[in-house]
Design a protein around this ligand. Structure first.
Ligand code: GTR
Length: 430
């Protein structure tokens, strides 16, 4: 980190004259009220040594940061592997108007027949545009596999789902009318036309998203939260783990190139995608869309959602220790740019939306920018500029960032950028 950059950060981007009540902080949306905060250098170890080589980063600093994110933020991922069996439920070789193969595969947890399976929906392009097997986007969806496309061959999820005011999910169960309700977030035609596969699954297959959800999810058998360990595994960690299990399956499927797997998540799934990418180096590219607090956004920058709000609204997402930082993010021994840095040297995309101030778009940008010194260790250029870009003007090379007009959502524009980024990165790697 150059001195110039540090001083620009501290003087220009972060300083503000107003003091907030530390006991009762309000949500701040005023850039002039952003308080100065400590910058945690990703390249200085907890024993105050400066990391100057890739070797030291990989052998010492990266592992100690990973451990800290587990003990302070996301909880420790259980190391026990669950035995699995893959059951092919359906194959349609003329899906999406004949352009794609659609498969549905259930991951069965063989030791626990009562545990819900993880139901993967996979689309593979029939028209291979590049050489070899197509790369694959991997991501969890919010409303069931049936929500990403109206194709009637997709099994309607029978799992617990949050009710919808439009009546398409009633008594926490999907109705036929729920088909395709989130198709705008998954522009399959575009993705397939560009030569990419997509693998998705409903995140509630792993753990329904409410405080009691663990009882019918993976945690009930792998690590029940009953004794409240301070680094106990929680829902974000479970979803991250689930994306790695999807990748385990994809490694066995000859239709896709699992070495070119792109983990992508939006919002809470953006948080999970980052944690998955940090822990599982098999993900070749990591994309976090509007992941905000506990995702890409700096925790110590008081803008938008706070740790306290996050833990209050979603007590089942983060480990108990994280709650001790409610209202005192300054005491956290990590900040989220260090999570992003754990992705290096792999390509990383951080995306924000102008109308999504809750997620602190500028805090997401600064965080991405602060990974640059780690990418530089590998001879790679990350974001490469201190200037927060204008709307629809992506910046950066191996770490890329954009801010889109509009609200908190995943839009076609976002996918266009992600695909373009993946194209460039995979071309470079050839
Ligand atoms: C919000 C939460 C955010 C983000 C979002 C989402 O309510 O406060 O951190 O995760 O949900 O997942 O849509």
């Amino acid at each position: 980190m150059s001195y110039r950059f540090k001083s620009v950060m501290l003087a220009g981007l972060l300083l503000g004259p107003v003091t907030l009540n530390a006991q009762n902080p309000d949500i701040n949306y005023d850039e002039s009220k952003v308080q100065p905060f400590a910058f945690l250098d990703p390249l200085i170890t907890y024993s105050a040594k400066r990391v100057k080589t890739v070797q030291r980063w990989e052998n010492e600093r990266r592992p100690e940061l990973l451990k800290k994110f587990a003990s302070e933020v996301y909880g420790t991922t259980p190391s026990r592997r669950l035995a699995t069996r893959y059951e092919l439920r359906s194959v349609d070789s003329s899906a999406l108007g004949g352009t794609a193969i659609r498969k549905q595969i259930s991951v069965i947890w063989t030791e626990y027949p009562d545990l819900p399976s993880l139901d993967i929906l996979l689309y593979v392009p029939k028209n291979k545009s590049g050489t070899g097997k197509p790369p694959v986007f991997v991501g969890l969806n919010y409303m069931g596999n049936h929500s990403i496309s109206p194709e009637p061959g997709i099994a309607l999820s029978t799992r617990w789902l949050p009710n919808r005011p439009d009546g398409k999910v009633v008594n926490n169960r999907a109705t036929e009318a729920a088909r395709g309700v989130q198709q705008s977030r998954w522009p399959l035609e575009l993705i397939i036309a560009k030569g990419y596969s997509v693998a998705t699954a409903y995140y509630g297959d792993l753990e329904p998203d409410h405080p009691e959800g663990w009882k019918s999810g993976i945690r009930s058998v792998l690590d029940p939260p009953t004794n409240q360990k301070s680094d106990g595994w929680q829902a974000i960690g479970v979803w991250a783990w689930g994306m790695s299990r999807m990748l385990d399956y994809l490694e066995t499927d000859n239709l896709v190139d699992a070495k070119r797997a792109v983990v992508m998540g939006h919002s809470r799934q953006g948080k999970a995608a980052l944690w998955a990418g940090a822990q599982d180096p098999r993900f070749a590219i990591v994309i976090a869309n509007e992941s905000g607090e506990g995702g890409a956004a700096l925790s110590k920058r008081n803008f938008g959602e706070t740790i306290e709000r996050l833990n209050r609204s979603f007590p089942h997402w983060f480990c108990p220790k994280y709650r001790t930082y409610n209202n005192r993010p300054d005491a956290l021994p990590v900040d989220q740019h260090q999570l992003l840095a754990l992705i290096a040297p792999r390509p990383l995309y951080v995306a924000s939306a102008e109308g999504d101030r809750w997620a602190d778009p500028k805090g997401e940008f600064i965080s991405a920018r602060l990974t640059d010194p780690v990418y530089q260790l590998y001879g790679k250029k990350g974001i490469g500029t201190d200037t927060w870009p204008a709307i629809h003007s992506p910046v950066g090379e191996t770490v890329r960032y954009h801010i889109r007009a509009g609200e908190h959502d995943v839009k076609r524009y976002d996918w266009e950028q992600f695909i373009d980024f993946a194209d460039k990165q995979f071309r470079k790697a050839q």
